[in-house]
Design a protein around this ligand. Structure first.
Ligand SMILES: *Cc1c(COP(=O)(O)O)cnc(C)c1O
Length: 402
């Protein structure tokens, strides 16, 4: 099949809920992917940070293959020998007390919402049916009905109602707004440490520390959605570490499997997950032995192979070089670790055009909204690969002019 065949069949038979770049990938290794014509590209999106460990990491692949030949799914009606070691290793690594294993990121978010609501009624004593959760404008937490119901993005939300009540939206990065929004029925504040899908929006210094303080004083749960920021992406295992705080619930997913398999988890640092009783929540695939074996190895290589420190180091190099770019098209460069964005001026003709030019140079990037290009390569990127990528980015912006 050639490129036009793939495009025609996808267009005819698939739901059109994505508008991908016209490149059909067939193989991946580390930071590289190859298309069906044999062209090589550097992956600068990393599947929205799900392949932090690089494509087809050999140790994760071996763990997957080995486990797939032994036992893949038992359901939670029975126990499996991978779950307990997964719990031990992830709790030790993240200093958590309890874990709830799920599959997709959105499921982890839904699970956290259910759990803090139950906690709100049983422990905090909120009147039945009245619990409120505070969230931020421009959030991205997934695509289920409850979640898109508190999205402020009309594309994500319009036409999908009616939605679940019980959510209050405040501006991101504004601790005073959080303080003002808390009522006796508030049970939790759900927030991304850095808003990824909104365009890598970094809150003011000290925001998370103030938020932590406010939640503690008000007796409400701080839920950090680290599905994108977590697992090394920002140069720390969890982004909360940049401000030295600990959330009550931390949501991780994406790179928890290194891109092999959907695995997510709710981690809790207080006893909040303890409110769930048998039968009240579950998932057929959640905590299955294949997922646990893959996640154990995905975490192990992240730490053992120094990927987190590498993200901090390479991210700093890239940010410095991008900030020095003389292009008049660039409005702002921002980032932390290898979660980086270049925002263009509205007159610059849009980020899609730049992504297409970068594709021509062998870099696969994806625009977010209209004017922002995200740079988020796998955390295994080397000095030489960073230099290679920067030369090409500089070339594209050089030719772009004003
Ligand atoms: C990707 C993402 C999700 C949703 O994860 P899915 O696996 O796509 O359901 C939730 N929150 C954040 C911050 C994300 O980046």
């Amino acid at each position: 099949m050639s490129l036009p065949d793939y495009l025609e069949i996808e267009s005819r038979l698939g739901a059109h809920n994505y508008k991908p770049l016209d490149v059909v990938l067939t193989r991946g290794e580390g930071v590289w992917v190859w298309d069906t014509d044999g062209n090589r590209y550097m992956d600068c999106l990393s599947a929205y940070s799900a392949v932090n460990q690089g494509h087809c990491h050999p140790r994760i692949r071996d763990a997957l293959v080995e486990q797939a030949g032994r036992l893949t799914l038992t359901s939670r009606a029975f126990r499996n020998d991978q779950l307990a070691p997964f719990y031990e290793e992830i709790c030790a690594l993240t200093r958590s007390h309890k874990v709830l294993p799920m599959n997709s990121g959105a499921e982890a978010v839904e699970s956290a919402i259910k759990t803090v609501r139950k906690w709100g009624y049983q422990v905090k004593g909120v009147e039945p049916g009245r619990a409120e959760i505070i969230v931020c404008a421009d959030n991205f937490h997934g695509r289920t009905i409850a979640i898109v119901g508190f999205s402020t993005d009309p594309t994500a939300r319009d036409g999908f109602g009616p939605f679940a009540p019980g959510f209050t939206v405040i501006p991101f990065g504004d601790a005073a707004a959080l303080e003002a929004a808390i009522t006796p029925n508030t049970i939790a504040f759900l927030v991304e440490p850095i808003q990824g899908e909104a365009g890598v929006i970094i809150p003011p210094e000290g925001y998370l520390r103030r938020v932590r303080d406010i939640c503690t004083k008000a007796g409400i749960m701080l839920i950090l959605d680290e599905i994108q920021t977590g697992l090394g992406r920002t140069g720390k295992l969890l982004a909360e570490e940049h401000e030295g705080i600990e959330a009550d619930l931390t949501l991780i997913g994406k790179a928890l499997s290194g891109g092999f398999y959907p695995v997510s988890a709710v981690l809790s640092n207080s006893e909040v997950l303890g409110v769930l009783k048998p039968g009240e929540h579950g998932s057929t695939f959640g905590g299955n032995p294949l997922a646990c074996a893959v996640a154990r190895m995905a975490l192990k290589v992240l730490v053992e192979e120094g990927m987190i420190d590498n993200a901090a180091r390479q991210g700093a190099v890239i940010l410095d070089r991008l900030r020095a770019l003389p292009s008049p098209a660039i409005k702002a460069v921002r980032g932390r670790g290898l979660m980086i964005a270049i925002e263009l001026h509205p007159e610059a003709g849009g980020a899609r055009r730049v992504c297409e030019a970068l594709q021509g140079q062998g870099l696969l990037c994806k625009e977010t909204h209209t004017h922002t290009i995200r740079l988020a390569p796998p955390l295994v990127i080397t000095d030489d690969q960073v230099a290679w990528a920067l030369e090409r980015v500089e070339g594209v912006f050089g030719r772009l002019g004003g």
